[in-house]
Ligand binder design. Structure first.
Ligand SMILES: [Mg+2]
Length: 235
């Protein structure tokens, strides 16, 4: 029997395994953090949004540090205790906003039952690795790679290679699944993987970087469970 083409499936997180965050709810929560810090809330929001890339690159190690930076940038002298409180509000907001796609858990279990490994490559701020143990995915994702701790963001080829190294699989044995933010699909292909575009879980999502889906000519799926058919067809 020939070797199966894929040995691992790697996932994006926001918009792929979970719904993207609602943009309006997200921005309301950030304004509330600004109010707590005594900042003009719109100025706080604008600065928080403009720091998106830097937070995902791990420039500030904790959520509290992110809050402090945003305040200082707009000329507010931050109270550390309030910044800690704002960080707790932020983490609680992200926690309640994370809703797994209905077929996520069963699909991950089915992939693992086929003997394949699973990975995660997500551009994310420090909230996600802080929450990861509480999400119940540790048994289902063998190698989570978070941009903020890797200090690399998609589509940097090194972040894909990092995931491969941690899974001990070559890139050409990896199927990458994402909704196309951060140019992650073309990035995965450039790194030597096969990529598939999944329709975003929600179109209202907070994702300022979803460019690939408009230009993507590769395979598309609408639900995670469709991955199983792709894997079986490739055997
Ligand atoms: Mg995404």
């Amino acid at each position: 029997m020939s070797r199966a083409r894929f040995q691992a499936v790697l996932f994006d997180f926001f918009g792929t395994l979970v719904d993207s965050l609602s943009a309006s709810a997200h921005n309301d929560a950030v304004r509330a953090m600004g109010r707590l810090m005594g900042a003009p809330e719109q100025a706080f929001l604008v600065q928080w949004l403009s720091d998106y890339d830097a937070r995902g690159s791990g420039r500030w190690p904790t959520v509290e540090d992110c809050v402090v930076h945003t305040c200082e940038t707009i000329g507010i002298s931050p109270d550390r205790a309030r910044a800690a409180q704002a960080a707790r509000i932020r983490v609680a907001f992200i926690r309640q906003a994370l809703v797994l796609r209905p077929d996520a858990r069963a699909t991950l279990e089915a992939i693992k039952s086929r003997g394949l490994k699973t990975g995660l490559i997500t551009d994310c701020p420090p909230e996600l690795p802080a929450l990861w143990p509480a999400l119940g995915l540790e048994q289902l994702i063998d190698a989570p790679v978070f941009s903020c701790t890797a200090k690399l963001r998609k589509p940097d080829p090194r972040i894909y290679r990092m995931a491969c190294d941690r899974l001990d699989v070559p890139p050409d044995a990896c199927l990458f699944v994402g909704d196309g933010g951060s140019r992650e699909l073309s990035g995965a292909e450039a790194a030597g993987m096969t990529a598939v575009c999944i329709r975003a879980a929600s179109e209202d999502g907070y994702d300022p970087h979803r460019v690939d889906p408009e230009t993507w000519h590769g395979p598309r799926i609408a639900a995670l469970a469709e991955i199983l058919g792709l894997l079986d067809a490739a055997r």
